[in-house]
Design a protein around this ligand. Structure first.
Ligand SMILES: Nc1ncnc2c1ncn2[C@H]1C[C@H](O)[C@@H](COP(=O)(O)OP(=O)(O)OP(=O)(O)O)O1
Length: 640
């Protein structure tokens, strides 16, 4: 009797906790709604502020704190060609650097820097930041001092400058005495034997001799400009803090008349504020290029457990939409690089593998053949990245998802550097989530970042650009996308599906497994739910009628929404992943609680759920047999 009374009490308390949790859910939903409204209001206000500033006269009496350093009209003046140095800039752009025109913001940055303004330039990787100090260096008296964190970056730059006959030298911890002596002497030589002098921040911090030579050069007006590459390294809030960068404030204190140019591909406004203080520059002009690559088309395709089907799909794309065009297929592992390349070869596609453990000679041979268009496709791990600067890459296909959206942006961003349209397609497979998890398990926020990538892939109703933009502190809305992603092209093509009952079944299954002291890997969970597990389970649980892809999509959704979570255990050889109940799973006990997911309406259940699947432009789907025959004679000859 007493036991029954106690059970009633517990049940009553549980009900009350349930309703409180439900209330919190509602409040969270309301807060999220409010956040969206406020963000949109904030953007509208920022727009109004910008317009008001534009309308104000340039010599306005705004207080220094309220007004931006320069208004839009003033800024646009620096895009002009009527500066005394313009002809020289243009001549060297063509004759020395062999480039036909400036890229967006380059001329503005150069004009500002040549006008002796201090400048922070935030531009995505590969957009041409270096030219913004290299070209002014060539057109100015004396030399430009460049602070770079890595010796390898310096070496690349010097190699490039030598190839275009621009004298550049570097000084770092491993420079020989003789070399250092020559460089030090050159710094005060009025004939300016070097136009660019690259040094590490440690050199500035530790070499008194260097500082005294720079002082002499400054007094002789030979130090024309200071460029601080990877300027975000100054700030502890940046992602790559370098203690020696903290000491670079000495440059502006010692050489106040020399314009400073800080360059970075990644810095929020608070990081830049911090850099401003550390470098002792007062109110620099900040130029920020949008990270939105408008010429890239983003698409997600669902990969089922049959790996060969996705390879056939990739082969079909390369054979039709990308016929004779250059591209990269990114894979997860070295083994995958070999496997996928050989499967593509079997399908008559000349594709070379590339990964970190290959012989360096083979690596550079593959790189060279690809760069010179003798081979169109490289199947590579992310080791194929640094220094890849081919302009005409028309497609980057990810055979496996990247470990974060930031990584995906970088990797896929190797497409379309020439500004012409190019495609970025990622194949999203359920089991890949857990393969990539093993790679990021030790990283600080690795799992969270991976789940954001999964969310990007699972999404069917939001512009893919807008999902990426959040990671760069930017707003790229659906209009800015211009139908250059699959969700914008199919904007009406999704419905909401109630998955509450499915969620309850999955939770019941995991509870049953836990009661039997069994751990379920994600794949076993799907198997068991589909009635493919051990017979003892099948008797006890409600199996699902969903297709495998649907079942996987529901489980991914439950993982993203926090009804499930990943758990892992380590052996000396591998990491095992298991599915566990997540923080929100108790909410399912409440009969009024609802869980839903969005899905593509037009995609047949047997093909994909939550997929961005679209047909290749040529209209063709996979035409090759899975596991097709041996490598063709033609490909064999080309491989030799
Ligand atoms: N105006 C231009 N026209 C054509 N190509 C250009 C132009 N300016 C630069 N480039 C090329 C030169 C390089 O091959 C490539 C990338 O330039 P680079 O200066 O290395 O980029 P970046 O400095 O922004 O990248 P990172 O962040 O990797 O240092 O772009």
């Amino acid at each position: 009797m007493e036991g029954a009374g106690r059970a009633n009490d517990v049940q009553a308390e549980l009900d009350s906790v349930d309703s409180e949790l439900e209330l919190i859910e509602l409040q969270i939903a309301e807060l999220l709604q409010k956040q969206a409204e406020l963000t949109s209001r904030k953007n509208a206000l920022l727009q109004q502020l910008e317009e008001a500033c534009d309308a104000a006269p340039s010599s306005s009496s705004h207080s220094a704190t309220a007004a931006p350093v320069m208004n839009k009209q003033e800024m646009q003046r620096y895009d002009g060609t009527d500066f005394p140095w313009y002809k020289e800039l243009e001549r060297h752009l063509k004759d020395t650097f062999h480039l036909s025109k400036f890229r967006p913001l380059q001329l503005r940055a150069m004009n500002l820097s040549m006008s002796s303004k201090d400048l922070f330039l935030v531009m995505p990787t590969g957009r041409g930041k270096s030219l913004c100090y290299q070209l002014p260096a060539v057109c100015s008296k004396g030399f430009t001092l460049v602070i770079t964190p890595l010796v390898s970056l310096m070496e690349d730059q010097i190699m490039y400058l030598n190839s275009v006959n621009v004298p550049g030298v570097m000084l770092n911890a491993s420079s020989s005495k003789e070399h250092s002596k020559t460089v030090m002497a050159g710094l005060t030589d009025v004939k300016a034997p070097f136009k660019l002098v690259y040094v590490t921040p440690e050199k500035i911090a530790k070499s008194k001799l260097l500082m005294s030579r720079l002082e002499k050069a400054y007094n002789a007006n030979l130090l024309s400009r200071i460029a601080v590459d990877e300027v975000h390294c100054c700030s502890q809030w940046g992602h790559d803090f370098r203690p020696d960068y903290k000491l670079l404030g000495i440059l502006k204190r010692q050489f106040p008349r020399v314009p400073l140019l800080g360059l970075t591909a990644t810095a929020t406004s608070s990081v830049l504020k911090d850099c401003e203080k550390i470098l002792c520059v007062s109110k620099p002009v900040t130029l920020t290029a949008s990270f939105n690559r408008t010429n890239l088309y983003y698409e997600v395709r669902i990969k089922d457990s049959n790996n060969n089907a996705s390879i056939s799909d990739i082969a079909s794309l390369i054979d039709s939409r990308y016929k004779n065009q250059s591209g990269i297929v990114y894979v997860f592992s070295q083994k995958d690089a070999e496997f996928v390349a050989s499967e593509l070869q079997k399908r008559d596609i000349l594709a070379y593998p590339y990964h970190a453990t290959m012989d360096p000679v083979d690596k550079s041979r593959v790189h060279h053949k690809w760069a010179s268009n003798k081979v169109k496709v490289v199947v590579a791990t992310v080791a194929f990245g640094m220094g890849i600067d081919k302009p005409d890459v028309r497609f980057v296909i990810h055979h496996t998802i990247s470990k974060s959206i930031e990584n995906y942006y970088q990797e896929s961003g190797r497409a379309g550097r020439d500004g012409h349209p190019a495609d970025c397609i990622v194949y999203f497979g359920f089991s890949d989530i857990f393969r990539v998890s093993t790679m990021v398990v030790m990283e600080n926020v690795g799992q969270q970042k991976l789940l954001k990538m999964v969310d990007y892939c699972q999404n069917v109703d939001r512009c893919r650009r807008s999902l990426m933009a959040v990671h760069f502190d930017e707003v790229w809305d659906d209009e800015g996308c211009n139908q250059m992603c699959d969700t914008c092209r199919h904007s009406e093509d999704h419905t909401s599906m109630d998955i509450t009952q499915h969620a309850r079944e999955v939770v019941q299954l995991l509870e049953l497994a836990a009661s039997m002291n069994e751990k379920l890997t994600p794949l076993k969970l799907v198997d068991a739910w589909m009635g493919r597990g051990p017979a003892k389970h099948r008797r006890l649980i409600q199996t699902t009628a969903l297709s495998r892809l649907q079942a996987e999509a529901v489980i991914v959704q439950l993982l993203l929404q926090g009804y499930l979570r990943e758990d892992f255990s380590f052996t000396p050889y591998t990491t095992h992943f298991y599915m566990k109940l997540g923080a929100k799973s108790p909410l399912l006990k409440n009969q009024n609680h609802k869980v839903s997911m969005k899905r593509r309406a037009s995609v047949s259940d047997s093909v994909a759920v939550g997929s961005g699947q679209t047909k290749a432009k040529g209209g063709k789907r996979s035409v090759h047999r899975a596991g097709a025959g041996p490598v063709s004679k033609k490909v064999k000859e080309d491989l030799l």
